[in-house]
Structure formats: structure tokens, C-alpha cells
Design a protein around this ligand. Structure first.
Ligand code: AMP
Ligand code: ZN
Length: 113
């Protein structure tokens, strides 16, 4: 289920343009508009969840699906040498878009954190 007011739902629907790198029936992957690394992709499920805590066992199947798909998507987009996955959760983490998403960062040696 998509949310008409959510920016990522609108990107998935094609109402807001994005630089798509991968799409299937369950997930959508596009370039972050303000990249924090040479490669910075966002992988989003095609179902609107704000936070991990909204998911139950069944809903969380999408996370397993995405994690299994991400390695080939990352490698095909310039992260042959490794990458970092990041999921911000809530205000203290600096989450700005409340549609669950996985950041894929790479294309260069990333700083320690
Ligand atoms: P977060 O801070 O974890 O919620 O991440 C949200 C990310 O979405 C940020 O890195 C933004 O740069 C990115 N973002 C926001 N709007 C767009 C957009 N229209 N197209 C691509 N990326 C976006
Ligand atoms: Zn959404």
C-alpha cells in the first residue's frame, strides 16, 4: 500500500522524477539526490512502512528479499569493491523521509564511523 503524501511513494509511482537503477514488483532503487558518497543509492520497498517497528513477521519478508537483491544491484552500480548499508530510524538518527529505506553507500573508500 502506498501513501499519496509520501515522497518515496510518489517516486515509486513516477509522480516525482528519480534516477532509477533497479525496479521489480517489490522494490525500487534510485540515486540519492544529495549523495554522501560517490555511489549513494536508496533501496525502498514498494509498500509504505515508516519504521522497522511497524513490520511483523510477514511484512519483514521484504527486508530479506531486499538484502538478497542488493549485492548484485550494488556491484552493477559501481560498488564492486564493497559498500555500506544504512537504515536511519527516527529523529535521533536524522531520518528525514518516513518511508523505510536502505542507503547503499560506496564507490570509494568510506570513512570510519
Ligand atoms: P534519511 O535521512 O535516512 O531519511 O534519508 C533520506 C534520503 O532521501 C536523504 O539522503 C535525501 O538526500 C534523499 N532524498 C530526499 N528526497 C529525494 C529525492 N526526491 N530523490 C532522491 N533522494 C531523495
Ligand atoms: Zn511511502
Amino acid at each position: 500500500m502506498l501513501d499519496g503524501k509520501c515522497i518515496f511513494c510518489r517516486i515509486i509511482k513516477g509522480e516525482i522524477p528519480s534516477s532509477k537503477v533497479y525496479e521489480d514488483d517489490k522494490m525500487y532503487v534510485f540515486k540519492d539526490i544529495e549523495p554522501k558518497a560517490k555511489v549513494h543509492l536508496l533501496a525502498v520497498p514498494k509498500t509504505h512502512f515508516k519504521l522497522l517497528e511497524e513490520m511483523g513477521e510477514t511484512e519483514a519478508d521484504i527486508l530479506k528479499y531486499m538484502l538478497l537483491k542488493i549485492p548484485s544491484i550494488a556491484k552493477a552500480n559501481g560498488c564492486e569493491n564493497g559498500y555500506r548499508l544504512l537504515i536511519n530510524q527516527g529523529d535521533d538518527a536524522g531520518q528525514t523521509v518516513y518511508h523505510l529505506h536502505i542507503h547503499i553507500l560506496g564507490g570509494e573508500k568510506l570513512s570510519d564511523f
